[in-house]
Write a protein that binds this ligand. Structure first.
Ligand SMILES: C[S@@+](CC[C@H](N)C(=O)[O-])C[C@H]1O[C@@H](n2cnc3c(N)ncnc32)[C@H](O)[C@@H]1O
Length: 215
């Protein structure tokens, strides 16, 4: 990694570690009210219930999606990775019923050589990419590398807002809300699903995207 990219990644990691030291304590009690689309993206994943698949969630937080995916796909092996040790501590508790097939990694995802011996069938980013700034582009490209050919990327996240005050507010919480993710996903993957939905009467929009690795 070049020096500038390394510095950016280190700074973003420190920011997440600080931000979630406290937010991890209230995360599960509060996020249901605004992280929309998390259930839906899992409901529409293009796998049979009994599929034997390898799943990686990048920025798994407290394990909300991992628990849901472990129930939905009883034969799946799931890796959850998060930059915040506080969030991984919560995820360890929340996913303990599935510890035989869930592995949690306390580390940031970064661009470079793959850290996995096998490629994934599915990589999920749920409300992590809009917080991965400025290296969101690199991490989408890394996810593409870590997927097998024909594997899927699934993303649920903030899309955009017409209200600058709201974008500024989200910026204070380290979220970039700029419609910047979908064009790169569209360029790198073959779209299977794209849904953009309003939240709170259109104060912001969120999106759900599923794409297939073409080659
Ligand atoms: C808003 S939370 C989403 C958590 C979970 N995916 C969910 O849907 O509830 C964003 C998570 O991404 C993690 N994160 C941010 N940057 C990361 C990075 N570079 N590598 C791994 N995790 C990261 C944060 O620590 C945080 O737990």
């Amino acid at each position: 990694m070049a020096d500038k990219a390394r510095q950016d990644a280190k700074q973003q990691l420190d920011t997440m570690q600080r931000y979630y030291a406290w937010q991890s304590k209230i995360y599960d009690a509060t996020r249901w009210s605004f992280l929309f689309g998390r259930k839906k993206i899992i409901d529409i994943l293009p796998f049979e219930k009994d599929a034997t698949i390898k799943i990686l969630e990048i920025g798994c937080g407290t394990g909300y999606n991992i628990e849901r995916m472990a129930r939905q796909f009883p034969n799946a092996q799931i890796i959850g990775l998060d930059a915040s040790s506080h969030m991984i501590d919560k995820a360890t508790i929340n996913t303990s019923a599935f510890s035989d097939r869930v592995n949690l990694e306390r580390r940031p995802y970064f661009f470079g050589e793959s850290q996995y011996s096998e490629q994934m069938d599915l990589i999920l980013f749920s409300y992590s990419l809009t917080m991965i700034n400025p290296q969101w582009r690199d991490l989408i490209l890394q996810a593409r590398r870590d997927l097998r050919k024909g594997g899927y990327v699934a993303v649920a996240d903030f899309y955009n807002s017409n209200f600058q005050f709201f974008k500024n507010h989200m910026g204070n919480h380290h979220v970039r809300m700029d419609g910047h993710l979908v064009p790169l996903l569209e360029a790198e993957f073959e779209r299977q699903e794209l849904m953009v939905k309003p939240a709170y009467g259109g104060v912001w929009h969120y999106f759900m995207y599923i794409g297939k690795k073409k080659n």
